[in-house]
Design a protein around this ligand. Structure first.
Ligand SMILES: Cc1ncc(COP(=O)(O)O)c(C=O)c1O
Length: 439
């Protein structure tokens, strides 16, 4: 059948095109300095779960109460994932089904607030995430948003102003979602004010989930947060996904009803298939974080602090100076009015991957004035404080000395040769950026 032969040849070319892009992407990241604060690399055992048969299956409902047959083995995996998540975050309730942090957040909004009701949030310019913004999940749910005041110097919610606002506005929910998250939020004070007016406090830990699991950041559920949501692929270096945690239990009818609402918010609220292979990989990531998370979170933060200090010493304007720049995995730089994009483009030409970011005072998210940087991935490939000052020197040469990016790119490719293996996971020594072929 020559005709079909030609046809399949032609479509196979498209397959090869896609595979080639994936290989090039692996190579690009293997030879660069990946410093996007929300990104990470996956351990070999998490990766293995992504190509299991769980990928093709459905399991609507909860373990033991399924709409589909054939879930026996997956039920055990999901139960184990919930058990490990509760252990890691020292809490009574875990839902590992959300397919992303955004899905977890929208599920919570579906569960705990109605259209037209009010929630207090952070402004986008002060580091909030769109899932709690009017253009994202909160807008989809039709929620009326009121912003907390912000203290630029301390890069944090203005606690007195926020407490006053909560008492005046009497919102249904107080949301704490921060994509720029340098310092712990004042959760004790906010949750007290929220509870006084009958509101719940929701802590979106998307970015800092692994730091909390590693016991190196604040502990929101102990500080009064009713629910914590998060992404499972940032400082918690698991598969792309989301999760929900709470220390509420089933002790009273009111508590039972609260947890039932959350459960119903996730399914049928915002999931059907919830990517079972990712749930299996999440379970492995929780076990790995129980084993290595403390050391990993500690080094990630130490690296962020060393990197911020090194940049500052080289003449960069780094936020949070008076408080030691950062207590998380992130660093925020002021680059110049509207110059964030130009800086991130220059850096990527030199092999340094970052993102432009709004900083306090910015009004145009497409032309922001800052750069947000993170150390989770460099830490995972074995870099420590010494390397942070070497990396800061590359930044200086690109952005302050205006050296030719192509020259620096070649140097970074050479520099990265010593940092290809993953740490803080079982099977250390695995080359995380190699293109692993199945066929
Ligand atoms: C505070 C915050 N919440 C939610 C999200 C969304 O997470 P995901 O990409 O898992 O949907 C992000 C993404 O970076 C974030 O910064």
């Amino acid at each position: 059948m020559p005709f079909l032969g030609v046809l399949s040849m032609s479509w196979y070319n498209e397959v090869e095109y896609i595979r080639k892009q994936a290989r090039l992407n692996n190579e690009f990241f293997a030879n660069s300095l990946p410093m996007i604060a929300s990104e990470n690399v996956l351990s070999p055992l998490c990766k293995e779960m992504l190509i299991t048969d769980f990928h093709g299956r459905y399991a609507e409902g909860t373990p033991g109460k399924r709409y589909y047959e054939g879930c026996e083995f997956f039920d055990r995996v999901e139960e184990k994932a919930m058990e490990l998540a509760k252990k890691l975050f020292n809490c009574k309730y875990a839902d590992v089904r959300p397919t992303s942090g955004t899905t977890a957040n929208i599920g919570i909004l579906k569960a705990l607030i109605k259209p037209g009701e009010t929630a207090c949030v952070l402004d986008l310019a002060n580091g909030a995430h769109i899932s709690f913004g009017k253009w994202g999940g909160a807008g989809v749910r039709g929620i009326n948003l009121v912003s907390y005041p912000f203290n630029d110097e301390e890069m944090n919610i203005d606690v007195d102003g926020a407490v006053k606002l909560i008492k005046e506005v009497k919102p249904k929910l107080c949301l704490n979602g921060r994509s720029v998250f340098l310092f712990p939020s004042p959760i004790k004070e906010l949750s007290q004010a929220a509870h006084d007016v009958g509101a719940y406090l929701i802590y979106d830990a998307a970015h800092v989930l692994g730091l909390i699991g590693g016991k190196q950041f604040q502990d929101p559920l102990r500080e009064g947060a009713d629910v914590m949501t998060g992404s499972t692929h940032k400082t918690l270096p698991g598969p792309q996904g989301g999760m929900i945690l709470s220390d509420h239990n089933e002790a009273t009818e009111a508590e039972k009803s609260f947890l039932r609402k959350i459960n119903f918010g996730i399914f049928p609220g915002v999931t059907s298939s919830y990517h079972l292979h990712h749930v299996a990989a999440k379970a492995i990531a929780y076990a790995e974080h129980l084993e290595f998370g403390e050391a990993y979170a500690k080094q990630t933060i130490a690296n962020a602090q060393a990197f911020a200090q090194s940049l500052f010493e080289r003449g960069f304007k780094v936020f949070g100076e008076k408080l030691g720049f950062t207590k998380s995995h992130q660093i925020l730089l002021a680059i110049g009015p509207g110059k964030g994009k130009e800086a991130s483009k220059k850096l990527v030409e030199a092999g340094i991957v970052t993102n432009m970011n709004t900083i306090p005072g910015d009004n145009d998210p497409l032309n922001p004035s800052g750069l947000r940087l993170g150390t989770p991935e460099l830490t995972r490939i074995g870099m420590k404080e010494k390397e942070m000052s070497e990396v800061a020197e590359f930044y200086k040469r690109v952005l302050l000395d205006n050296e030719k990016p192509s020259k620096i790119k070649a140097e970074i490719k050479e520099y990265r040769k010593d940092y290809q293996e993953l740490h803080y996971c079982f099977k250390e020594g695995f080359r995380g950026y190699d293109y692993h072929k199945l066929v």
